[in-house]
Ligand binder design. Structure first.
Ligand code: FAD
Ligand code: NAI
Length: 471
């Protein structure tokens, strides 16, 4: 028994040591094809994990040098989880591959599908003498995700906060505390206190609902202790254009969410589309065409996705094949229609699947396998001499999505879940579902380091409460 325990400890210690100190990698082999991956999100990270780097020269380009575990991002807006706990530097993945992988922190600003090149630009704050370059590729994977949809409504970008990236969560946390401290300023008129403490969320999809749930927890678990004079003046409203929130969940769970929100005193304004956004108020239009002004202190905008400009430009270059405005059209093997040697996945595409992490991640795993098979087949000179890459790909199995269920946190230690079991969808909600939600996401976190950081954050929050300092 002692020998087994000692063996396990040695194994764990060796794993931790090699995670921390990666081994020397083989250098890139110029005779291999260049596989260029755009992005470091769900789709790209999952390809990187599965790709055999001895088959290609892998190059990754992304403005973010880390992977972000988006399902726990709403928890960072109020400090339930600290933001670094859900970030994983991309080099923690690339440095553990057999052959060296190049990473360039840059935005891809243009894709030339004819000459097989991309333009990349360092758009970060600090730039060197060279900040724009052109890279050649043999194979390209477009995994750049999507950006926030404002539906062209003026004032959104200037006056609202989005919730997509780590800096969005940090901005929300700072603004929230700023609103509260400004409301506590001596002599603040009652009407202004009311406005500053009105937190408005636009969009009743899962992002808006999860954020509202987290904010509610912060108000009842922390604000009430540290700002006893203000706590009962805080109001939280969720504005949704459709007739209900969370249309992708089953009816039972929609009703459960709406009734939980009501009992948590979150105002749900369904059938109310935001038409104008100003510095201190929004204008909504109800289904009976009534217009109403709603003052706010903090405005969070969560109304879904639209395509990034680099993807839109690429679609513009392929007008015959790319006929949808909602994203790149791909075939069953995820090849971008109208191109050669180019694949796309995740939120950058328009397919029959919802824009979800589980879709992008499964597509990434599939694509890594496909590229590994292709690389091996191409290595076999006899096959490669007589067959084109596209003919080889046709022989490989197409992508198949396996739906793993939908989960969302709704606040007050309650979550909702639609879980597929033997072909049926089972709806589950409440505290037990919340515990399931927690364990599912801890398990899904990529490595022991992030798992321990998130678990520690939850323990810290329970023991000491959330940090209310304004950054
Ligand atoms: P992303 O993960 O967004 O990655 C895109 C990558 O491309 C990023 O690294 C980005 O920096 C990079 N990039 C951007 N522009 C460029 C450029 N010009 N050049 C190069 N690189 C670029 N889905 C679920 O299934 N379950 C959930 O619980 C869930 N929760 C979510 C919570 C929130 C708050 C949000 C916002 C989303 C959530 N989602 C969830 C959806 C999920 O995050 C997305 O569907 C998923 O991230 C899509 O993966 P992707 O790889 O296509 O894009
Ligand atoms: P969404 O597209 O799911 O929902 C946006 C909502 O905003 C819609 O219900 C829409 O009717 C509403 N809306 C749009 N314009 C409006 C306006 N002017 N006024 C009022 N309401 C308006 O977007 P969301 O929540 O940002 O999610 C994006 C993607 O990420 C989705 O595919 C979602 O499923 C996924 N996601 C999944 C999560 C989960 O599974 N737990 C969590 C968060 C996101």
């Amino acid at each position: 028994m002692y020998a087994t325990a000692a063996g396990s400890v040695t194994y764990a210690a060796t794993k931790v040591y090699y995670n921390r100190h990666p081994m020397v990698q083989s250098p890139p082999d110029p005779s291999k094809k260049t596989l260029l991956i755009l992005g470091t999100g769900w789709g790209a990270a999952s390809i990187l994990k599965g790709i055999d780097t001895s088959l290609y020269n892998v190059v990754v380009v992304s403005p973010r040098n880390y992977f972000l575990f988006t399902p726990l991002l709403p928890s960072c807006t109020v400090g339930t989880i600290e933001h670094r706990s859900i970030m994983e530097p991309i080099r923690y993945i690339t440095r553990h591959k057999q052959c060296a992988v190049k990473f360039h922190e840059a935005n891809c600003t243009d894709i030339d599908p004819v000459n097989k090149t991309v333009t990349v630009e360092d758009q970060s704050e600090i730039k060197g003498k060279v900040n724009k370059s052109t890279l050649k590729y043999d194979y390209l994977v477009v995994a750049v995700g999507a950006e926030n949809n404002t539906f062209g409504i003026k004032g959104v970008t200037e006056h609202a906060c989005f919730l997509k990236e780590i800096w969005d969560a940090r901005k929300i946390r700072t603004r929230l505390m700023d609103c509260i401290e400004s409301a506590a300023f001596p002599g603040q008129p009652e009407e202004e206190v009311k406005r500053l403490l009105h937190m408005v969320v636009v969009g009743g999809g899962p992002t808006g609902v999860e954020y509202a749930g987290e904010l509610h927890d912060f108000l009842v678990e922390d604000l009430v202790d540290w700002y006893p004079d203000l706590a009962d003046k805080v109001q939280l409203s969720l504005v949704e254009g459709q007739s209900s929130v969370l249309p992708m969940f089953s009816r039972k769970l929609i009703d459960y969410t709406e009734s939980t929100f009501k009992s948590n005193q979150i105002n749900i304004l369904t059938g109310s589309a935001v038409k104008e956004v100003h510095e201190k108020h929004i204008v909504i239009e109800t289904s009976d065409k009534q217009r109403k002004e709603i003052p706010f202190g903090l405005l969070v905008w969560a109304t879904g996705n639209t395509q990034r400009s680099v993807v839109r430009d690429l679609m513009g270059k392929l007008p015959e094949a790319q006929t949808s405005r909602r994203g790149l059209l791909v075939d069953d093997h995820l090849r971008v229609q109208g191109t050669n040697g180019m694949w796309a996945l995740g939120d950058a595409t328009f397919t029959k699947y919802a824009p979800l992490a589980q879709v992008a991640s499964q597509q990434g795993t599939y694509l890594a396998k496909l590229l590994n098979r292709l690389g091996k087949l191409e290595d076999t000179t006899t096959t490669a001499a007589t067959t084109t890459p596209d003919e080889l790909i046709e022989k490989l199995r197409p992508f198949r999505y396996s739906y793993q269920g939908s989960l969302a946190y709704i606040g007050a230690d309650r979550a909702i879940a639609d879980i597929p079991i033997f072909g049926q969808t089972v709806a589950s909600s409440g505290v037990a579902t919340y515990l399931f939600w927690k364990s599912a996401y801890v398990n899904l976190l990529f490595n022991t380091r992030n798992q321990s950081m998130v678990t520690t954050d939850w323990v810290k929050k329970t023991l000491f409460g959330r940090d209310i300092s304004r950054e």
